[in-house]
Design a protein around this ligand. Structure first.
Ligand SMILES: N[C@@H](CCC(=O)N[C@@H](CS)C(=O)NCC(=O)O)C(=O)O
Length: 244
């Protein structure tokens, strides 16, 4: 696999990105049966999508939620950690996830997800809602970035995780709960990618500290609403099991 720069950005110079032959599985999303996509591209113009990440939920899961919700087919390409050193030099900017759209490579998980959210009508219904959804996603992401995910020393890692979950998480949760208030969704009157991001990230946080959000039933209920969307429920049911 080799990346080359073209007029439309980086492309992976590899066997056809439309091919599904890879170590990953070709997973098509399930069309949402409820609160379905608000903008649907005609089938004939549907781009070919390939999402590459490790075999984790991690930073790719928000995009997988958006694919599931929109019902768009994509290749969910999961690489083995052992293969990463040889793949890394072929990836523009050397990090995963990346999303290929008809061979054009988009890097940065939130840029990818924002693009998919726009396509699915989940980026916010007005420019102000879009800014608010972005702001919530960035706020949650700022918090997730505090954790030393790559720390190899388990004692150091555990100490840092405990400290963040005990001392820093309450402030975030309080602020998110205030922002949500008694609304059904975080932004506007309909589900957005901000709700998805809360669900994705809080799933990881709760696996580290199950009682983390016990004081915030409204935030927990929001998770339940996201997970009850039929396409998301179906994805959660069928996705590969992983710790993070
Ligand atoms: N801000 C970037 C962070 C990308 C990132 O740090 N990816 C990690 C995995 S979550 C990675 O590729 N690590 C391997 C490496 O840096 O060699 C994003 O959101 O995509």
């Amino acid at each position: 696999m080799q990346a080359v720069m073209g007029g439309g950005g980086f492309r992976i110079n590899s066997p056809c990105p439309r091919s599904t032959a890879s170590s990953g599985s070709a997973l098509g999303g399930t069309p949402a049966q409820q609160e379905g996509p608000r903008t649907a591209a005609p089938r004939s113009s549907m781009p070919q999508y390939k999402l590459t990440y490790f075999n984790l939920r991690g930073r790719a899961e928000i995009s997988r939620y958006l694919f599931a919700y929109s019902g768009k087919k994509y290749e969910d390409h999961r690489i083995e950690a052992a293969d990463w050193p040889k793949i890394k030099p072929t990836i523009p900017f050397g990090k995963l996830p990346i999303l290929e759209v008809d061979g054009v490579i988009i890097h940065q998980s939130l840029a990818m997800a924002r693009y998919l959210a726009r396509e699915a009508g989940l980026a916010g219904q007005t420019p102000v809602e879009q800014a608010l959804a972005d702001a919530i996603v960035d706020t949650i992401d700022d918090f997730m970035t505090l954790f030393p995910w790559a720390e190899k020393n388990q004692d150091v890692r555990k100490k840092a995780f405990d400290d963040i979950l005990t001392n820093k998480a309450p402030e975030l949760l309080k602020d998110l709960d205030t922002f949500l208030g008694d609304k059904k969704w975080l932004v506007g009157n309909s589900v957005s990618w901000a709700d998805f991001y809360w669900d994705v990230c809080s799933t990881t946080l709760l696996s580290c500290k199950p009682d983390l959000a016990d004081k915030y039933p409204r935030l927990l209920a929001l998770r339940e609403r996201v997970q009850a969307l039929p396409a998301i429920a179906a994805w959660i049911q069928k996705r590969p099991k992983s710790v993070m």
